[in-house]
Design a binder for this molecule. Structure first.
Ligand SMILES: CC(C)(COP(=O)(O)OP(=O)(O)OC[C@H]1O[C@@H](n2cnc3c(N)ncnc32)[C@H](O)[C@@H]1OP(=O)(O)O)[C@@H](O)C(=O)NCCC(=O)NCCS
Length: 155
């Protein structure tokens, strides 16, 4: 179903997911092992991982709400050693495809106003800023508690 190197995560991926998350975000901003475990078990979420050279290099988690055609990109992480090679872009494309197949009409996400890389990525792949929200996070992410809400229509 997904392009080569991308697959759905399983419980066996927990260690690798936690390791990449902790390298991307410092506590208390990172998801805990327990939260990953719950996300993997939920029928309302989808976790896709990208593998290459024998290891997980990145992942994306999307959540769904009952009765809503808007899916939510919960998090997107690429191992620091593998950035700038199009892995995030491929993960987002695979997530979009899965969302279309599930009947979703749009993807939404919130990104810290301080996260220039992620903002550049999302804009490049077609997300548009629809709202600026102050004090969205309890703790700063990339130096800011404010976010942009971004949306991509899945036509
Ligand atoms: C943001 C992140 C997911 C990007 O992953 P990536 O695999 O390096 O991204 P890609 O290689 O697919 O890049 C796609 C586009 O994103 C943008 N981009 C990625 N890295 C960038 C950088 N360092 N500076 C500017 N733009 C960048 C570019 O537009 C790039 O397109 P291009 O290659 O045609 O120039 C990665 O840096 C990351 O994991 N960061 C830490 C976790 C995080 O902040 N996640 C987002 C939470 S909202």
């Amino acid at each position: 179903m997904f392009e080569s190197g991308i697959r759905r995560a399983t419980g066996d991926d927990l260690d690798a997911l936690v390791a990449i998350e902790q390298a991307c975000f410092e506590p208390p901003c990172c998801y805990s092992r327990r939260q990953f475990s719950a996300l993997l078990a939920s029928k309302h979420s989808l976790c896709l991982v990208e593998e290459g050279e024998g290891r997980m290099r990145g992942f994306v988690i999307v959540r769904f709400r009952a009765g809503s055609r808007t899916a939510h990109v919960e998090t997107l992480d690429v191992d620091g050693a593998w950035r700038g090679r199009g892995i995030a872009r491929r993960l987002l494309a695979a997530a979009e495809e899965a969302c279309r197949e599930r009947g979703m009409h749009r993807l939404q996400l919130e990104v810290s106003t301080g996260n220039a890389r992620a903002l550049a990525l999302y804009e490049k792949v077609g997300y548009r800023r629809v709202e600026a929200i102050t004090d969205y996070y309890q703790f700063p992410h990339h130096g800011s508690r404010d976010v942009y809400r971004m949306v991509k229509e899945l036509t």
